[in-house]
Design a protein around this ligand. Structure first.
Ligand SMILES: Cc1cc2nc3c(=O)[nH]c(=O)nc-3n(C[C@H](O)[C@H](O)[C@H](O)COP(=O)(O)OP(=O)(O)OC[C@H]3O[C@@H](n4cnc5c(N)ncnc54)[C@H](O)[C@@H]3O)c2cc1C
Length: 394
């Protein structure tokens, strides 16, 4: 249940495997309301068969990123080819849902799942507001961050301490911004995370931030009026849309299955701890969930033991990179504003941008670093960051 990217993609893969699949979504339209920046790696989209995409879904492509300290020190990366793109998330979600329907899945929009039907310790179906109970062999929970239904199974769910609270806006105009560069503002402008600006070709942009420390709206106001770079970039701009949502950064929860039940996506924190990106990991685990569910149906065994393969396969795919990213997030959170200045100056001085210029992978960041570690500038940088990390986490 849940027609976000994780749920709809699991449904698509199940339908492709000839499994009768029903998706229950509380909203009347897939993808709305949208709360996401939609900044995604092109390489990962390609691997999942989602690049290129039909017209109107991809809003922009990026081959550069500019990072700023709170005092305005800038570090820029220029890549040889476009590595990321910005998606219109509502249209992207609708595209996956349409594909799933064409493959045979049935979508029930405006259907809020109120609770799980549990008998003899097995999840046997779902109870829907104002509708009869639906029985099923396996329920795949893709309810997003709310975790309300997951808790009913006895699984622990997301730890509130690992959440950051985000505000995402659309603004009508930006200035002094490169058309194909993402802007990232570090340090105390958004403690515990960062702020971002993602431009569109028509001069509008998505501007947002997330923090684990206070009200994101207050930080946004401060960012737009006081940040030495942002205040000029957004001068005279109007906010035309605002949304609020939490992002889980603590890495996947330690168990995502019980008898007759699998959980996928944000509900089990399948999200990158560094950037908060959850779309690619949600799709990747949605595909694994579908294949494990199909095998369980073949065997007629829906026990937790049989479904535990799901957790094992997700761990094999994500764990190395997630562990690395958890350390990296801890390191980034430990840097003071003054330290951010010196880190970005260090990166400029030691040619880190040049060492990064042929990066293509941004989702599996542990593996990416292993490849980069052979370059002298990166070795020096890793040594420097390693010392800072040890200093901050003795
Ligand atoms: C501000 C912000 C910016 C982000 N930017 C990026 C980014 O640039 N790149 C990236 O990769 N990720 C980004 N993310 C994360 C990304 O949005 C999520 O990881 C992704 O949407 C998770 O997909 P999902 O399918 O698990 O959950 P969701 O997209 O949240 O979908 C869950 C669906 O379940 C439905 N639902 C919930 N409860 C019920 C119920 N009881 N009954 C029926 N339906 C229900 C909801 O209506 C919703 O449609 C961002 C998140 C935020 C908050």
């Amino acid at each position: 249940m849940g027609a976000g990217p994780a749920g709809s993609y699991a449904a698509l893969r199940l339908a492709m495997l000839d499994v009768k699949t029903d998706v229950y979504e509380e909203h009347a339209e897939v993808g709305l309301p949208s709360h996401c920046a939609g900044h995604i790696s092109i390489r990962s989209l390609k691997a999942l068969g989602y690049y290129p995409l039909p017209k109107g879904i991809i809003e922009n492509i990026f081959n550069a990123a500019n990072f700023y300290s709170p005092s305005g020190t800038k570090f820029s990366i220029r890549l040889k080819t476009p590595v990321t793109c910005a998606l219109n998330r509502a249209k992207f979600d609708q595209h996956i849902a349409n594909q799933a329907q064409q493959a045979g899945a049935t979508f029930h929009l405006g259907h809020t799942v109120q609770s799980l039907q549990i008998e003899n310790n097995y999840v046997k179906g779902i109870n829907i507001k104002n509708h009869p109970t639906v029985s099923s062999k396996i329920v795949i929970d893709a309810e997003g961050i709310s975790s309300r239904l997951l808790h009913q199974t006895g699984l622990r769910g997301i730890d509130g301490k690992g959440l950051v609270y985000a505000v995402e806006t659309e603004i009508d105009q930006v200035h002094d911004v490169e058309p194909h560069a993402v802007e990232v503002y570090l340090g105390s402008s958004a403690p515990g995370f960062y702020s971002w600006l993602i431009p569109r070709p028509d001069g509008s942009a998505k501007l947002g931030l997330a923090t684990n420390h206070g009200n994101p709206q207050t930080y946004l106001k401060h960012l737009m009026t006081k940040h030495p770079i942002v205040k000029n970039q957004v001068k005279g701009a109007k906010i035309v849309k605002t949304s609020y949502h939490a992002i889980p950064l603590a890495g996947p929860i330690n168990r995502a299955y019980v008898n007759g039940f699998l959980a996928v996506g944000d509900v089990v924190s399948q999200v990158k701890p560094t950037t908060g990106g959850g779309v690619i990991f949600g799709l990747t685990c949605g595909e694994i969930a579908a294949s494990v569910a199909k095998s369980a149906l073949k065997l007629g065994d829906f026990s937790a033991k049989s479904l535990s393969v799901y957790h094992k396969r997700c761990n094999e795919t994500l764990n190395f990179d997630i562990s690395f990213m958890l350390h990296l997030r801890r390191f980034l959170n430990s840097l003071s504003d003054e330290r951010w200045d010196s880190v970005l100056r260090f990166c400029n001085r030691f040619g880190v941008a040049k060492a990064l210029c042929d990066v293509e992978e941004i989702d599996y960041q542990g593996q990416m670093l292993m490849q980069l570690a052979t370059k002298p500038a990166m070795l020096v940088a890793l040594g420097y960051f390693g010392l800072l990390y040890l200093f901050a986490n003795p």
